[in-house]
Design a protein around this ligand. Structure first.
Ligand SMILES: Nc1ncnc2c1ncn2[C@@H]1O[C@H](COP(=O)(O)OP(=O)(O)OP(=O)(O)O)[C@@H](O)[C@H]1O
Ligand SMILES: [Mg+2]
Length: 271
């Protein structure tokens, strides 16, 4: 079962007299849902993701996971970064084993690793060295390592940005399909609007100075999504406009600094 996430009035400054990086963030993310966060560089996406992961405590407000305030990182909440973070002196199988060993889930270790490698299409590369894999394959190993511990949520910080367009799209489809099948809550940070639309049931546009939720859009298109479909194209245009507005107009010129949890019916795009 996926984790439910509550972002509860978060405001953050890295130092007492420093700039306000995030302001008044409020949002509920339902268990098992997929959310994409987009926004201009520096608007605080990674900072927020670190808070969800328990790696950073906000100066005001809090994050609650399954109703409990987050005070530290937890092995069932997994974070994947832009680079896969694998150990080159360990082979594929040994890298996938790490999370399981760390959390003490060592019963049937071999079977569990094989199952995860099968899931990400790397069963035949289990003994390979990391440096002999492509970038996309390395991200798959990192994904297998994350999934092996049966996480309740996965937080992705631009994990596919270094990959070619084809590999990237395949991984987007696979990760979102695995998360939906297994009911894992997924929060994805990306600069890429198509990536957000390929993966997100909801897309949140953030603005900067300070970082706020500027627009929340529920994307009512079935998966897997087709970027060539007219409904996809229409939503992309709308999202581009919102993204542009978030860059061009400062947060405090809006009627509200953050969008209400229940989107306006106009914001629910029909597929
Ligand atoms: N440890 C830190 N100490 C001080 N300021 C920080 C720290 N980490 C981030 N910041 C500042 O907080 C703001 C938000 O940074 P963050 O990395 O969250 O942005 P982002 O939206 O993830 O950007 P990008 O899209 O470029 O990754 C930036 O102004 C950044 O300089
Ligand atoms: Mg970032």
């Amino acid at each position: 079962m996926g984790a439910s996430i509550q972002i509860n009035g978060i405001t953050h400054q890295f130092s007492p007299k420093g700039e306000v990086v995030l302001q008044d963030l409020m949002m509920d993310i339902g268990a098992g849902s997929n959310i994409a966060l987009i926004g201009e560089s520096g608007c605080g996406k990674s900072t927020l993701l670190h808070m969800l992961a328990g790696l950073l405590i906000p100066s005001e407000g809090c994050v609650k996971i399954n109703g409990r305030q987050v005070t530290r990182a937890h092995p069932e909440w997994n974070m994947m970064f832009q680079r896969p973070g694998l150990y080159p002196w360990l082979n594929v199988r040994q890298n996938v084993a790490l999370g399981l060993q760390f959390t003490g889930q060592t019963q049937n270790l071999k079977g569990r690793i094989d199952e995860m490698l099968e899931l990400v299409g790397l069963r035949d590369r289990s003994e390979a060295r990391i440096q002999d894999l492509s970038g996309g394959q390395q991200q798959r190993v990192a994904l297998a390592r994350s999934l092996a511990v049966e996480p309740q949520m996965i937080l992705l910080d631009e994990p596919f940005s270094a990959l070619d367009a084809f590999t990237r799209r395949n991984l987007q489809l696979e990760v979102s399909s695995i998360a939906r099948d297994k009911g894992i809550t997924l929060v994805l940070v990306t600069h890429d609007i198509d990536e957000a639309l390929n993966m997100g049931e909801r897309v949140v546009v953030m603005g900067r100075n300070p970082g706020t939720f500027r627009s929340i859009m529920d994307i009512d298109l079935s998966f897997p999504r087709n970027p060539m479909h007219p409904a996809f194209t229409e939503i992309r245009e709308d999202l581009m406009d919102r993204f542009r507005a978030s860059v061009e107009t400062p947060a405090d010129s809006e009627t509200t600094g953050h969008t209400s949890q229940t989107p306006d019916p106009k914001e629910i795009a029909n597929g």
